[in-house]
Design a protein around this ligand. Structure first.
Ligand SMILES: *Cc1c(COP(=O)(O)O)cnc(C)c1O
Length: 461
């Protein structure tokens, strides 16, 4: 196991002060926040690993680009700049901006749901993607490989589709009832795990065989391409950009939360390879939903920053350091004996809390309990990715049991140093030592959808 981590390929020009609180303060803040770190004020957080979404640092080139924003309601120059960059990266014909990933999902996903009883199939649906599938009246089926659930053993592409399960679901449900196949790269909910090109190629072949459309949910497509270059035979000498292009060639539609590999604080994209009918439907639908198709909920300056960020995210020096930061934090925890999803994915370390707190059943949210304790320990904010996030079955309303109960330590792009990651590692190690004392949580308030964002909880005494 190589244990070298590259230093950042940038230096710091501007700083944002953060402050440490006392443990007594944090105990009170967490209680006020209903034991849900999502509802904490960010000023009460020392190191914020809630999400890597829109929380990264822009470069000097992006800040400079903001000044070039053309704020015209229609036909903005900034749109045409963004369009040119997206077309060059993807090879797709049509580009529509959206305010973020879920905006793109909201506009595009319903277009393929043409009648009742339809399904989307994905390696793993991201939570907002699943929500938009359900809002569109369809159901979401996940068919990720079993290796994904075996957190401790190395497998290079734990985000892969289980191709047998995929084909079985298509046959069982009937190909005409499959609205689309969603390739989530990297596989966020499975631990930011990459998907191999071979697996994506075969998925695409299956889709073609049954005449089903393929959609890349590619928030972290550049990170995925970097992993492919590192781990997949035959890709060592290809550039990340070439690998990404090969990925885009396999699908029909690209949906993106640009708050990830777009390196911006807000933004999303819909890109369509060639289907003019689908493009026109999205173009029509986006007007009342997000905005006119040449801005889609973004300011002209946002589109300029995104056009630059998309290029920077394909820079291999940037990607190497990005992936190394996650690997560093993962190695520190593993060295301390803490069970994590291994190997570490691209944007986060996923700590296996089912193993840490076997005394807490899934419907009392073991990973949420660990997240809360880590905040109390050190002011580090992490996020639960498990049964709390998964929610309830839309038909039976029962709490669903997630096969994995993760605490996600998500690393914002170009934002924290290795020293910050040491603070995080030390906090998790301290909590791990007192893991037997942790208790489960119960609802005080539970919203009907996407409950993890606003729910209020209380510890079970
Ligand atoms: C973040 C994300 C989304 C949703 O994007 P938002 O910008 O947060 O709305 C969808 N899919 C994946 C895989 C994501 O990581």
């Amino acid at each position: 196991m190589e244990k070298k981590y590259v230093a950042p390929p940038y230096r710091i020009k501007m700083v944002e002060p953060i402050k440490m609180t006392t443990k007594a303060e944090r105990i009170q803040k967490l209680k006020d926040a209903g034991y849900n770190p999502f509802t904490l004020k960010s000023e009460d957080v020392y190191i914020d690993l809630l999400s890597d979404s829109g929380s990264g640092a822009m470069s000097q080139h992006q800040w400079a680009a903001l000044m070039l924003g053309d704020e015209a309601y229609a036909g903005s120059k900034s749109f045409y700049h963004l369009e040119k960059v997206v077309k060059a990266i993807t090879g797709y014909k049509y580009v529509i901006p959206a305010h973020q990933g879920r905006g793109a999902e909201k506009v595009m996903l319903p277009q393929l749901v043409t009648r009742e009883g339809m399904y989307y199939i994905s390696n793993t649906h991201f939570d907002t993607t699943r929500a938009h599938v359900e809002i569109a009246g369809a159901r979401a089926i996940d068919v990720v490989i079993d290796e994904c659930y075996d957190t401790e053993n190395y497998y290079p592409f734990k985000g892969n589709f289980d191709l047998e399960k995929l084909e079985k679901e298509i046959k069982e449900k009937g190909p005409e009832n499959i609205a689309g196949i969603i390739m989530t790269v990297t596989n966020n909910s499975a631990g930011g795990q990459p998907v191999s090109m071979e697996n994506l190629r075969k998925t695409s072949e299956i889709a073609k065989k049954y005449n089903i459309k393929t959609i890349i949910d590619g928030a972290r497509y550049a990170e995925n391409a970097y992993f492919v270059k590192e781990r997949e035979k035959g890709y060592e000498n290809k550039s990340v950009r070439e690998i990404a292009r090969e990925l885009f060639d396999l699908a029909d539609v690209f949906l993106m939360s640009s708050k990830k590999d777009g390196l911006v604080n807000i933004g999303g994209l819909i890109a369509i390879k060639a289907d003019v009918d689908l493009y026109q439907k999205c173009q029509t639908y986006i007007v009342p939903m997000e905005g006119f198709p040449t801005y889609g909920g973004l300011a002209g300056r946002d589109m300029e920053a995104l056009a630059v960020g998309l290029e920077e995210a394909l820079d291999e020096d940037y990607l190497r350091h990005r992936i190394d930061q996650a690997r560093y934090l993962g190695d520190r925890l593993r060295d301390a004996g803490i069970p994590i999803q291994y190997p570490v994915g691209g944007h986060a370390v996923f700590v296996d809390c089912k193993k840490i707190c076997p005394q807490i059943p899934y419907h009392q949210f073991p990973a949420q309990a660990v997240c809360n304790e880590v905040y109390i320990e050190s002011g580090v904010r992490a996020v639960e990715v498990g049964s709390f996030l998964l929610g309830r079955d839309p038909d039976t309303k029962e709490n669903l049991e997630s096969p994995l109960e993760f605490m996600r330590l998500t690393i914002p792009r170009r934002t924290y140093t290795y020293a910050h990651l040491d603070v995080v590692a030390n906090a998790v190690i301290e909590v791990y030592k007192r893991r037997d004392t942790l208790v489960g949580l119960d609802f005080e308030y539970e919203p009907p959808v996407l409950r993890h964002f606003t729910a209020r909880l209380k510890p079970i005494k």
